[in-house]
Design a protein around this ligand. Structure first.
Ligand code: C2E
Ligand code: CA
Ligand code: CA
Length: 528
């Protein structure tokens, strides 16, 4: 029985029959006692007498008739009463059930049936505060599901929900029975369990969770693969209250995410790192809002005549306290914080305004992050910015890396095709460092290859790098794709690259990235 009372109906046909039967018995007893015990005395007191006091047959006939008629006359009202009470009873049951459901909802994640954040916090609190008396410490596993968003985006939310339920079941089945597993909303799961005596056991458990979650998901025509990354914190070493332990696990997860599909234990250095990352994220919000991130421009040189063909747009952040911050440091933070779209718009808008003042044959090349190629609204965002600045699409080139192509192939392809239809060139950046699959060159509408600067820098000393550069150039020529070599620091390097068929060059040899207002002077000096 629940604490809100029984949800079983109280008014049933049996209960009504019993009531009727009880009435019958009471009436029988009352009329029999009246006829045989009290009637004579009472009538005598009022000076009346019975006709034939010894006629017991008549008495019994009277009793039976009275009881029968009384019973018959009760049936109608009893039925009415039964219906009314039945209705009341149903209302009472509904209230109890609703209360029970509300209670369960407040304690559980309605989708997966796992505990929710509130219960997690209560469990942690209880176990941590009991530790001094029981001697039982606690371990916390923070589990982040990789690539879940893709399932949601590609197959819809109802499929996403099905997958989440399966993920929850797998996690629960992998962990010991005294584990409290919770879902924090989204694709974040947490497990609280008694800390095993050996830390290796905990690592093995986390590894098993990762393996189980990474097994294929085949259901309702879906065939997907997810992954899991786990951050681990243990009491009392990494925290003695629930907030501290949770933050430690978050810091460990943050670090583990650098290598998806792995687990990490909390280390004290992570705490500092996480705080720094949070601070950077906060500052980045403000910097984007205030336009403190600006585009710099590095020329792209046509190697056969040495003329400027355009400029690559490179983001620069001059932080009020930390000074100059490299895009290598803040672009990943912007991606993580979901700010990369805004940042691109900001940089592109400014670049369009700057480049509008330059000769019209000069192009601008803008870098896009891999995550942006999952967003089908990307082309429209770019077109809107171009239109607002009155900048022609034909003067824009976008640079993407191969990692942006492998995650969500069909979306990336449709985005790039959209760009190409509008006359925007697509360059494959950092070529040679990533997957560098010929397939990418054939199946994506790529118009240009940028040979990564590491090969150009190394080609004089490392024969392998040199052969790679020669190979890439031969391949792109046969595919009819233009080439740019990055990181040219010596004039001789540019001359040699030109001699073996490289189309464009970029590097400190020609110019370092410069402010927009420095470009006209640079162009003037170059023309002279
Ligand atoms: P990237 O697209 O490969 O850009 C070229 C990087 O090489 C730039 O670094 C540039 O300053 C540097 N570089 C140019 N010439 C030479 C050279 O001769 N020698 C050497 N050693 N380096 C040279 P930067 O500006 O620090 O940018 C780093 C990366 O940050 C870029 O690499 C790009 O991936 C990313 N990035 C920059 N701006 C943006 C942006 O607006 N959006 C996105 N998504 N990423 C950006
Ligand atoms: Ca680039
Ligand atoms: Ca590059």
């Amino acid at each position: 029985m629940s604490k809100h009372g029984s949800a079983a109906p109280l008014v049933t046909p049996v209960s009504v029959l019993v009531t009727l039967l009880a009435t019958l018995i009471i009436m029988g007893i009352t009329s029999t006692s009246w006829e045989f015990l009290f009637q004579e005395q009472v009538l005598a007191r009022f000076g009346l007498s019975l006709g034939n006091p010894t006629d017991s047959v008549a008495r019994w006939r009277f009793i039976i008739t009275a009881v029968a008629f009384a019973t018959l006359s009760q049936i109608g009202p009893a039925l009415l009463l039964f219906r009314a009470m039945r209705r009341l009873d149903k209302a009472r049951i509904a209230v109890i059930k609703a209360r029970e459901e509300a209670d369960a909802l407040a304690r559980h994640d309605p989708l997966t049936g796992l505990a929710n954040r509130r219960i997690l916090r209560e469990t942690l609190k209880r176990r941590l505060s009991a530790a001094p008396t029981t001697g039982q410490n606690t371990a916390l596993l923070l589990i982040d599901i990789d690539r879940f968003r893709q399932v949601n985006d590609l197959h819809g939310h109802s499929m996403g929900d099905l997958v989440l339920v399966e993920v929850a079941n797998r996690i629960k089945a992998t962990l010991p029975s005294d584990t409290v597993t919770a879902r924090l909303g989204g694709e974040d799961f947490v497990a609280v369990l008694p800390r095993p005596t050996s830390i290796e056991t905990l690592g093995k458990l986390a590894h098993q969770v990762i393996l189980r979650v990474s097994a294929p998901y085949q259901m309702n025509g879906l065939d997907a693969r997810l992954g899991a990354t786990v951050g681990i914190a243990v009491s009392p070493d990494n925290g003695t209250d629930e907030g501290e332990l949770m933050r430690s696990a978050e810091a460990a997860l943050y670090r583990a995410k650098a290598n998806p599909g792995t687990y990490r234990f909390f280390e004290h250095a992570m705490d500092r790192e996480l705080k720094q990352a949070h601070r950077l994220q906060r500052d980045l919000h403000a910097a984007i809002a205030s336009g403190a991130i600006v585009p710099f421009y590095q020329p792209l040189i046509r190697l056969n005549d040495g003329k400027v063909a355009g400029f690559e747009v490179l983001a620069r952040w001059n932080h009020p306290v930390r000074g100059h911050i490299s895009p290598e440091a803040f672009i990943p933070v912007a991606e993580e914080a979901g700010l990369i779209g805004q940042l691109t718009t900001l940089i592109l808008r400014q670049a369009c305004l700057d480049a509008s003042k330059w000769p019209a044959h000069l192009k601008i090349a803008v870098n896009l992050s891999p995550v942006q190629l999952k967003d089908v609204s990307l082309p429209d965002q770019i077109y809107r910015t171009l239109r607002a600045a009155g900048f022609p699409t034909q003067r824009l080139e976008i640079e993407i890396t191969e990692s942006g192509l492998v995650n969500d192939v069909s979306t990336a392809k449709s985005i790039l095709t959209n760009f190409r239809t509008s006359g925007i060139d697509v360059a494959l950046d950092d070529f040679g460092t990533g997957y560098s699959s010929l397939q990418n060159l054939r199946s994506f509408p790529v118009t240009k290859l940028k040979i990564d600067k590491s090969f150009v820098r190394a080609m004089n000393t490392d024969p392998q790098s040199k052969s790679l550069v020669i190979g890439i150039l031969a391949m792109s020529r046969s595919l009819g794709i233009a080439t740019t070599a990055e990181g040219i620091e010596e004039a001789s390097e540019g001359a040699w690259l030109q001699s073996i068929g490289c189309d464009f060059g970029q590097g400190y040899c020609y110019a370092k990235p410069m402010r927009g207002d420095e470009v006209p002077d640079f162009l003037g000096a170059r023309a002279a």
